[in-house]
Design a protein around this ligand. Structure first.
Ligand SMILES: [Zn+2]
Length: 223
């Protein structure tokens, strides 16, 4: 395991990453994901990684476009949020239902993956990453297969159920041996410093409420 630097925690360091399926992942996860892909093939699923590593800057772009209403923001039930009627703190908590605060995303680490079966998507059935799609929709056979693999591959779902913070995300899988080290190294201070230096929308309100947001959305996860 690479020694974890603060820059790695907040998505500003790509030195521990390697390429896999059009994304970047932590090198200590490469054997696991390669073997998982082989096992998926044997079960008839073409395993895809919709998101592995995501940088701070990429997360910032997503955040700012959602905050400005340029990109849709959804409620847990899939309905569209009217961002114009919300105050800053409400905008922030609505975005954080499905999108992490830059600096606080588990995708900054390279050991968390949004997984899907490519052969269960098509032009007519694009991947949506919605809970319904995985629980009862096109990705549900893959989701059931994945359930059976979690223990063998030392994987877990940090957002398996809704805990009042992030919505349930059955597609989001975390590789425990690496993720637990990042979780242990993570700090409110590192996130605060990264945000302070950035041009994030809603900065004042975020910094003011950061310890509450951290408790509700960042560390409020499954094991
Ligand atoms: Zn994810």
């Amino acid at each position: 395991m690479t020694w974890i630097k603060t820059s790695m925690l907040v998505g500003r360091d790509e030195s521990a990453l390697v390429h896999f399926d059009n994304t970047l992942i932590h090198h200590d996860c490469l054997n696991m994901i390669t073997t998982l892909k082989q096992k998926a093939d044997a079960a008839g699923f073409d395993l895809g990684v919709a998101s592995g590593y995501r940088s701070f800057d990429r997360q910032l772009l997503i955040w700012n476009s959602k905050f400005k209403g340029e990109r849709p923001v959804f409620e847990r039930d899939g309905s569209l949020v009217d961002m114009n009627r919300l105050d800053e703190l409400e905008k922030i908590t609505h975005i954080m239902l499905f999108s992490a605060l830059p600096g606080a995303s588990r995708h900054h680490w390279g050991c968390d993956f949004d997984l899907y079966a490519k052969n269960l998507t098509s032009l007519n059935i694009p991947l949506q990453l919605s809970p319904e799609e995985y629980l009862n929709g096109p990705q549900s056979p893959f989701n059931l297969w994945l359930n059976e693999c979690l223990n063998d591959f030392d994987l877990f779902r940090p957002y398996e159920i809704y805990r009042g913070g992030v919505a349930e995300e059955p597609w989001h899988i975390s590789h425990r041996p690496v993720a637990k080290q990042f979780e242990a190294a993570m700090s409110l201070k590192a996130i605060k410093e990264a945000l302070f230096e950035s041009d994030i929308q809603g900065k004042g309100t975020i910094i003011e409420n950061l310890s509450d947001l951290y408790a509700r959305f960042v560390i409020n996860i499954g094991k």
